[in-house]
Ligand binder design. Sequence first.
Ligand SMILES: Cc1cc2nc3c(=O)[nH]c(=O)nc-3n(C[C@H](O)[C@H](O)[C@H](O)COP(=O)(O)O)c2cc1C
Length: 188
Amino acid sequence: MKVLLLNGSPRKEGCTYTALCEIADTLKKEGVESVIFQAGNPETENVKASAELMKECDALIVGSPVYWASPSGQIIEFMDKFSSLAGKYMVLKPAAAVASARRAGTTATLDVLMKYFSFHQMPVVSSNYWNMVHGNTPDEVRRDEEGLQIMRVLGKNMAWLLKCLEAGRNAGVAAPEAEEKIKTNFIR
Ligand SMILES: Cc1cc2nc3c(=O)[nH]c(=O)nc-3n(C[C@H](O)[C@H](O)[C@H](O)COP(=O)(O)O)c2cc1C
């Protein structure tokens, strides 16, 4: 079992990365592998590389800093391209979004990121609060005890759901039958 964690900040080892590391450490303790991918660069070749990872991973977590009370422009561009390239590998896999902010705009950021999950029929994994950390520097995030706990609980819940899904598959529970997509563009 493996989880793909996308870091949607142009800062490779900033606050979002610090939050994702707390999740990755928890997943490891629960016996689940993970990979953190630098998604702050939305160039097509970079997106293609992450789409290949999505194919082999069982779940997705998308982290973003809050920019102007929204996800970073970089992760929005990245996820628009990622959904086209990796959409078929996202279907029915558990997912979660994480926001990092100095102060405000976190829930709006989470709402935007979760749209990518609900379109792809992904079960959304939650924590004991909305998935956010606060800080302008990694050190500030490491001092956000509540934020770090939210990340740990999210990691544990993700590991639990992945194990439940595996147990279900092993017991013969089949994935829901896929339907051909109907697109009416509101015209009948
Ligand atoms: C362009 C820009 C816009 C920002 N807008 C907000 C904002 O609307 N609300 C907020 O609380 N923090 C805002 N911040 C601060 C970042 O969200 C915060 O420092 C975040 O933890 C940085 O994560 P990172 O180190 O992973 O990039 C902004 C930062 C930048 C660079």
